[in-house]
Design a protein around this ligand. Structure first.
Ligand code: NAD
Ligand code: AKB
Length: 315
């Protein structure tokens, strides 16, 4: 990776990833793009361009103008929003991905896009979900993610394009709020703990899902992209995870720092239904053996850091 184009850069992952990539590869080497602009630091600390990823010509022109050698494609609708707007989700998640793959093929770029635990479905084994297993999701987001995994495999086999990907679990961070996912509760709960001392969860008790702290997700992207290609037999869509938690487990950890924190429930049937179709915990062995994946943060370490960082933000 030397000159990197990032789409959807103003989202939860993109804002932090662009800052990290600029630290590692140089500010001018990372071209951040998004549908909209904002006052965020990434629009000022290096190149920033407006880009609608459904516009193939605009994407090609920007990638060509900067002579990028790497495309990191993040722009997408997440699971809950995709369920509300399935047609928009199909057009953005599949159309944007196809455009990003084509631009990468035309310019010979290395390519990364995230998949998700949403690529699994109700008939997938729920515990210790294997890397290679049944994938019959019943959400539009899941259909998009499985199709995306297959499309990235296709571009690798057909054109030799160096496509790589991770099946991310819910990502937890304190910098940019998440944008319409099922796992968003696991971020909101920390903000609510710091601002109100209580949280009402839309996900039910005992609903376990995989999660990971954002610093581990950023390391994983860079480590996978830098890994020796010949070591990757899975290549696209490695399972990665750091913990499997339900709302009670997070609340119990928060209470170690804030004993008065309270949690109650008002279940959202749509997001609860999506959560119940996903695994409880996934097996990241392939990522560990093929390119050395290792998460640094467990629930305890992540909770301590989230509360400290959000506390500082509120000062
Ligand atoms: P996000 O919703 O926070 O950000 C998405 C960004 O895409 C936004 O800044 C939005 O403005 C932009 N966007 C929307 N439509 C666009 C368009 N037409 N053209 C260009 N940009 C557009 O999402 P995120 O959490 O940063 O997720 C990024 C990727 O990672 C997605 O593919 C998502 O499915 C995947 N992922 C995220 C998580 C997570 O927990 N955050 C977990 C698994 C996978
Ligand atoms: C979502 O909940 O949609 C995302 C994801 C796990 O893909 N956070």
């Amino acid at each position: 990776m030397q000159k990197i184009l990032v789409t959807g850069a103003l989202g939860q992952i993109g804002t932090e990833l662009v800052m990290k990539l600029r630290e590692v590869y140089g500010a001018d080497q990372v071209i951040a793009t998004d549908l909209k602009s904002s006052a965020h630091e990434i629009t000022r600390s290096g190149p920033f361009e407006l880009l609608d990823v459904t516009n193939d010509k605009a994407m090609f022109d920007i990638a060509n103008k900067y002579q990028v050698d790497t495309v990191i494609h993040l722009a997408a609708l997440l699971s809950a929003t995709a369920e509300e707007k399935p047609l928009l989700a199909w057009n953005l998640n599949m159309g944007g991905l196809m455009n990003a793959l084509e631009v990468s093929r035309e310019l010979g770029c290395q390519f990364f896009t995230p998949s998700s635990i949403g690529a699994f479905g109700p008939t997938t084994p729920k515990d210790n979900t294997p890397q290679d297993t049944i994938q019959r999701p019943n959400t539009m987001y899941g259909v998009n993610k499985v199709s995306g995994e297959l499309l990235c495999d296709y571009y690798f086999h057909k054109y030799g394009l160096d496509t790589r990907g991770l099946r991310f679990p819910g990502l937890i961070s304190y910098m940019t709020p998440p944008g319409g996912g099922t796992t968003d509760y696991a971020v909101e709960i920390y903000y609510a703990a710091v601002t109100a001392g209580k949280y009402t969860s839309y996900i039910a008790k005992d609903t376990n899902m995989d999660m990971m702290y954002m610093p581990d997700a950023l390391e994983a992207i860079i480590d996978l992209m830098e890994a020796d290609s010949s070591r990757l037999s899975h290549r696209n869509s490695f399972n990665v995870t750091a913990m499997s938690v339900d709302p009670e487990a997070i609340a119990a950890e928060i209470r170690k720092q804030m004993p008065d924190f309270t949690l109650d429930y008002q279940i959202d049937p749509v997001r609860q239904g999506i959560a119940e179709s996903w695994p409880h915990s996934i097996d990241a062995t392939a990522a560990k053996t093929e390119w050395g994946f290792k998460a640094q943060y467990d629930l305890e370490a992540m909770t301590k850091d989230m509360l400290v960082q959000l506390g500082k933000k509120g000062e």
